[in-house]
Each structure stands twice: as C-alpha cells, then as structure tokens.
Write a protein that binds this ligand. Structure first.
Ligand code: HEM
Length: 480
C-alpha cells in the first residue's frame, strides 16, 4: 500500500508538472502569435522559446507518467522512495539549468539539438556545455528511477512473468497484471533510450573538449538522437496507457482487466517495433542503408497497431452497452485514447515513405505529435491527477462539461490549424513565414486563439487539482 510519503511526493510532482505546463503553453502561444505576425520576436527569442517549449513538454509529460506509474506500482510491489526523490531533485535542477541555457544563454538549437548545431555557437559560449549538462542531469535522475522501478518488479516477478509469457499457454498458474506487463515493456524502452542519450552526450562532450582533434560521425549522432528522442516521446504515452489499464475499469465500475494471450502478444511485439520505428526520421538521409529505411516504415506501422488495437478493443468492450459510472477521470481517459489514435493515424500517414516526400518537415509533423500529446497523453495524466487528488479530498466538482468542452474546442482548433498548414506544405520551425505562404500566418493567428482556450481549461484543472494536492502536502499521518 502507498505511504503518506509517496502520496506527498506524487503531489509535488503534480504541482511541478502543471506549473511548468502552463509556462510551456504560454511559450507555445507566443510562438504561434509570432508566426501569425501579431507580435514580433527576434528569431533568437523564437527559437529559444521553441527549444525550451519542446524539451520542457517532453520532460514534464515523461515524469508525469513515471510519477503515476510509481504511485500505482505500489499496489503490487514496494517502490523506492529514495529513487523517486532523487529523480525529483535532479529534474528540478536539470530544468533550471536548461532554462538558464535557453533564457539567459540564448541557446536555441531546438529540442532535438541535432549534431552539429550545438557547436555552431550563436549564443553565449557557456550555454552549449550547460545545455548538454542539463540533459545529463535529467537523464541520470530518470535512468536511476527507471532502473529502480524495474528492479522492484523483477524482485516479485520472474523475467518471463514480467513479460507475461506464461499467458501464451492455456490456464497460466500466475497472472501478470496488464499494468505490470505494460510498465515492464515501457521501462525497457525508456532505459534503452536513456542509455543512448548518455552515449550521445559523451560523444558531444568528447568533441567539445577535443578542440577539433575529434569529429563525430553525423549519421551516427542523428541515429542516436532520434533513437533517444523518438523513443522517449513514444514511451511516455505507454506510461499513460499502463495507468489506463489499471484505472479505467476500476473508476468505471467494471470488472478489472486481465492479461490474455493477445494482450501479452500485442505488448511484447510493441517492445520490438517501438525501438526500431525511429528510422522514419532518417528517410531524407540518403546515406542511411536502404534496409533500415524499410525497417523504419514497417516498424512505424506495426509499433502502433498491436498496442492501439488491444487498448481500443478493451475500452470499447468496457463501454459498449454497459452501465458505466462516467466521471471526469474516465471521460479524460476515453477522449485521450481517441486523441492518441487520431494522432497515431497522422503519424502513420507521415511515416509512409511516399507521403513523406510531401509532408516531410511541414506543419504535419507538429500536427500529429501535438494530437497524441496535447489531446492524448496530457489527458491520460490529467485523468490520473484528478483521480489521485480526489481520492483524499473528494468534493463534487461543478462545470466538468464546460471545462471539457473548452479543452476540446481549444485543442481541436489549435491542432486543425497545424494539419491544414501541413497539407498546404507550410514548413515547420519557421519563426515567420515567407510572403508567398500567406496562409501560414492566418492559420497561426487562429491557432493562437484556440490555444488560449486550451490554456484557460488547463488553468481551471491546475487550480482544482493543485488545491487538493496542497492539502495532501500539509496533511499529517493522523489526518490521512
Ligand atoms: C496548447 C498547447 C501547445 C501549444 C500552443 C504549442 C505550440 C507549439 C508551437 C507553435 C511549436 C512550433 C511549431 C513549428 O512551427 O514547428 C511547437 C513545437 C513543439 N511542441 Fe508544442 N504546443 C503545445 C503543446 C505541446 C505539448 C502538450 C507537447 C508535449 C509533448 C508539445 C511538444 C512540442 C515539441 C516537442 C515541439 C518541437 C520543438 C522543436 O521543434 O524543437 N507541445 N509547439
């Protein structure tokens, strides 16, 4: 059972994530206002904001998923409070270092900091090593946390049980809960991509300190960057899915979900495909061996299909013609799964080589990944935050429909502007659009308006949830 300490640290994670989220959304709206020519930022400010926005968003929604998984894992195994705290402290330090490098040092190479951009110094000299070190600090905290969670799972479940392989036979003696299976599969991917990040950072530092005597291989660096970046951005969604498998049935008043042979198979397959799908980021790197490009396309299709198939099937079976206790928690899960699937379809369209010739590096890219993040994974975590804080301080919240409607309308309008821009071949990552693409600025202004609605909804969630989390933080063992 979870302890008061775990409850408190989870509350701290939630407050930090929501606070940083509000700041990062404001940076996003400023970018759209600049692209819409409503405000005028220098390119340095725009790209600094883009770098801070991208990395902060990826970081916070990763730790949000980890904090939720850590909290729920305590239902099955004992987790390490020290590892959780270590990750929290390093996350705060890492984010402060990152923000110093971008806001003060004006580092602005984008969240993918693609080699050799960090060495093309157009900012304070110290900003490059500070930026790279901030990633090192964040990566270290998250790696230790992930390894610790996996070690705790393996203390109770053997490797084959953690992967649910016994479910390939009839009537298995031990049942692996779906939550354990998905958490295990996800943690392996997380650990693999964090190790890639460590290697990448070491290579960056060797070149930095070698003052010209050592030069990295650009293709290797790009492979490592996308193995890390693509994988972590996808794995954080799977952390959210683990939470859904654990909580959806419970909060809906339905029987708990069990692992079957097809659930076990789907998630085991996802493990392989998710680690090889990143090759689709290198379609335009013609020196990459062709076989890897083909693997990239096949894995991109297969990475999403098994996990999405069984998750959507499980949710539909749970809700179809059944009496469901609908609450804000399962509504957020339900809408979030829809957002995940729609964004996933957008991703598969882009990852198809023939389409990629047209959509490559257009606004279609932020369109699809914002869909499964802003209207998918964020909703999974908001659902957990809401459920978690309500467990201890439950009072009937009013205007849930209004809150959800503002979130949906704001989110849909903001995303649609990206999709239309992508279909019109408007390039991504332009601080202002060339005059022969006038639609870009119009769409950006409309997007800023809708994103502001999304922000209003998030502020209401922030206020309601943080209030309860602050109460949890001030509670004593007697009051809990
Ligand atoms: C309403 C909320 C949001 C707004 C207004 C917003 C806005 C933006 C804008 C304008 C860009 C630059 C697009 C371009 O021209 O290429 C961007 C990039 C990005 N956003 Fe968001 N965003 C939001 C939510 C999110 C969320 C929830 C995530 C979660 C992961 C996210 C992650 C990213 C990433 C990774 C980039 C790429 C940065 C880069 O290219 O270096 N955003 N966002």
């Amino acid at each position: 059972m979870e302890t008061l300490k775990l409850r408190k640290i989870t509350s701290v994670w939630i407050i930090i994530v929501l606070t940083l989220f509000v700041v990062a959304i404001v940076l996003g709206i400023l970018m759209r206002l600049n692209q819409g020519e409503i405000i005028q930022q220098s390119p340095i400010t725009f790209y600094g904001n883009m770098t801070t926005h991208g990395l902060t968003m990826i970081g916070i929604w990763f730790v949000a998923g980890m904090a939720a998984v850590n909290y729920l894992l305590e239902r099955y195994v004992k987790t390490s409070y020290a590892a959780n705290l270590f990750a929290l402290v390093l996350t705060v330090i890492g984010v402060l270092m990152l923000w110093c490098s971008t806001f003060i040092g004006e580092f602005h190479a984008g969240w993918t900091f693609l080699y050799p951009l960090p060495f093309k110094i157009m900012w304070a000299e110290w900003a490059t090593p500070l930026f790279l070190s901030s990633l090192g600090v964040l990566g270290l905290g998250w790696l230790v946390w992930s390894i610790s969670l996996m070690a705790q799972i393996l203390k109770k479940y053997s490797i084959s049980q953690a992967f649910a392989w016994q479910h390939f036979h009839k009537n298995p003696k031990v049942e692996t809960p779906p939550f354990i299976l998905i958490t295990m599969i996800t943690l392996i991917g997380v650990i693999a991509c964090l190790i890639a990040a460590v290697i990448l950072l070491i290579l960056f530092f060797i070149e930095y300190f070698s003052t010209g005597s050592f030069v990295n291989d650009a293709l290797l660096m790009k492979n490592l960057t996308y193995f890390f970046g693509h994988t972590i951005a996808n794995e954080m969604l799977y952390l959210g899915l683990a939470v859904i498998y654990e909580l959806f049935a419970e909060v809906s008043g339905r029987p708990k979900w069990h692992t079957t042979w097809y659930v076990a198979l789907a998630w085991n397959l996802s493990l392989i495909f998710i680690l090889t799908a990143f090759f689709h980021h290198l379609y335009m790197d013609f020196v990459q061996p062709e076989g890897l490009q083909i693997i990239g396309q096949i894995a991109s299709y297969l990475a999403s299909l098994p996990a999405a198939g069984v998750t959507v099937f499980s949710i539909l079976v749970a809700v179809y013609r059944n009496k469901i206790n609908w609450s804000l928690t399962n509504l957020l899960f339900f809408i979030g799964v829809a957002g995940w699937v729609i964004g996933g379809l957008g991703a598969v369209i882009d990852a198809t080589i023939s389409n990629n010739f047209i959509l490559h590096n257009t606004l279609w890219v932020p369109a699809h990944f914002h869909t499964y993040n802003a209207m998918g994974n964020v909703l999974f975590s908001l659902a957990f935050f809401h459920w978690f804080s309500n467990q201890y301080y439950h009072h009937k919240e009013r205007q849930n429909t209004l809150k959800l409607s503002i979130l949906l309308i704001g989110g849909a309008g903001f995303l649609l502007a990206f999709y239309i821009g992508g279909a019109e071949s408007i390039p991504r990552r332009y601080s202002t659009y060339p005059s022969d693409l006038p639609m870009g600025a119009t769409l950006a202004s409309i997007a800023a308006l809708f994103a502001s609605l999304y922000l209003i909804a998030i502020l209401i969630f922030f206020f309601n949830i943080s209030k309860k989390c602050l109460k949890i933080l001030s509670s004593s063992p007697q009051s809990s």
